[in-house]
Ligand binder design. Structure first.
Ligand SMILES: Cc1cc2nc3c(=O)[nH]c(=O)nc-3n(C[C@H](O)[C@H](O)[C@H](O)COP(=O)(O)O)c2cc1C
Length: 325
């Protein structure tokens, strides 16, 4: 692993993920950087590998009533409810300025039927300046009684194949951790033509106000994110990298360079940083610097050289999940 290469003094942070050329492996995660420019006063967007837009739907969506965020131990719960301006307004009002940034723009999107997903993907594919699409399939399918697309491999296959038919852009599919076996969902996405899978989205959670004995979030539960979910995300990324042939993008609780490096070693081709940007809007920049320093210190010339180098003892069978009683 120690290359001793002279390039190691100036490590090459570039990575290629599913046809996306990233100047470094750090992407800002969907829903935590709005439509990119909101982050720019704090983080130089030119420095990021990519910026993933807040999830967009065919029509604007008002989202859930407040409060939408609750802080928890080592993380937070959110119930934003996919509030967004809609793909048309995004293309018209946000995209023209985003094209000038030296980073990749990834459009995260969703719908309540496979046809609605395809319609957003088709509209985004016609617009100039979008480098890739990320389908958020943690959304209820109205045609199947509200079952999440990401909770059933057949629904995953159906929605991803429908989107695949209408776009030539790199297609990332974002998976939910709220399933028994995420590898079967990842395989269904791959079989349907996904170019990469991103994982994980938030874990379902709950918080209670003891004074009123009511849930702290208006809909009862919400999505848990932040450092609390990192071990779960890391385990799922490791499992999925062994189950599919397409690249995996690691997400979940990444707050430091070391966190990101763990995901890369586990097999992720790139990482997304979400909640950490709420704690420190400069988190992405710091993480990129910390990755650079680690590579230099270990004499590793490229990020690609590090990816998937986890040393697993032969006593650990692939895909086995060990639970302590
Ligand atoms: C406030 C908030 C809004 C989010 N909105 C979206 C979204 O629109 N689409 C999506 O795919 N993920 C969304 N996510 C999930 C994040 O992109 C990410 O997968 C998750 O928060 C785990 O990463 P983290 O622990 O680094 O935040 C959202 C997360 C938060 C905290």
């Amino acid at each position: 692993m120690i290359s001793g290469h002279s390039q190691a003094h100036h490590p090459d942070l570039r990575v290629q993920v599913a046809g996306l050329h990233l100047q470094n492996p750090i992407m800002a995660a969907s829903g935590t950087c709005a439509y990119g420019e909101e982050l720019h006063p704090f983080v130089d967007l030119h420095q990021l590998g990519a910026v993933v837009m807040k999830g967009l739907s065919l029509h604007p969506c008002p989202g859930n009533p407040g409060p939408r965020l609750v802080e928890t131990a080592c993380g937070m719960l959110n119930s934003v409810g996919l509030h967004n301006i809609g793909i048309e307004a995004f293309v018209r009002e946000k995209l023209p300025r985003l094209r000038h940034y030296h980073t990749q723009i990834v459009v995260n999107f969703f719908g309540d039927t496979p046809a609605a997903y395809a319609a957003v993907a088709e509209r985004a594919s016609d617009a100039e300046g979008i480098a890739a699409l990320e389908a958020n399939i943690s959304c209820p399918n109205v045609q199947h009684g509200g079952l999440l697309f990401s909770s059933d491999p057949r629904l995953t296959f159906e929605v991803v194949s429908r989107v695949r038919k209408v776009t030539a852009l790199p297609l990332l599919v974002k998976l939910s951790p709220n399933v028994t076996d995420i590898t079967t969902i990842a395989r269904a996405a791959e079989d349907a033509g996904a170019d990469a899978v991103s994982l994980i989205n938030t874990l379902l959670g709950m918080a209670i106000d003891l004074e009123t004995r009511t849930p702290r979030l208006p809909l009862g539960s919400g999505g848990l994110s932040g450092p609390a979910i990192k071990p779960v995300a890391l385990r799922m990324v490791w499992q999925v990298t062994q189950a599919v042939h397409i690249p995996v993008i690691g997400i979940g609780g990444i707050s430091t360079g070391e966190d990101a490096l763990e995901f890369l070693v586990a097999g992720a081709a790139a990482c997304q940083v979400g909640t950490a940007s709420f704690v420190d809007p400069r988190a992405c920049r710091t993480i990129i610097e910390e990755i650079r320093r680690y590579l230099r210190r270990h004499g590793i010339a490229t990020v690609a050289e590090l990816c998937g180098t986890l040393q697993v003892p032969t006593s650990v069978p692939a895909l086995t999940v060990h639970e302590e009683a």
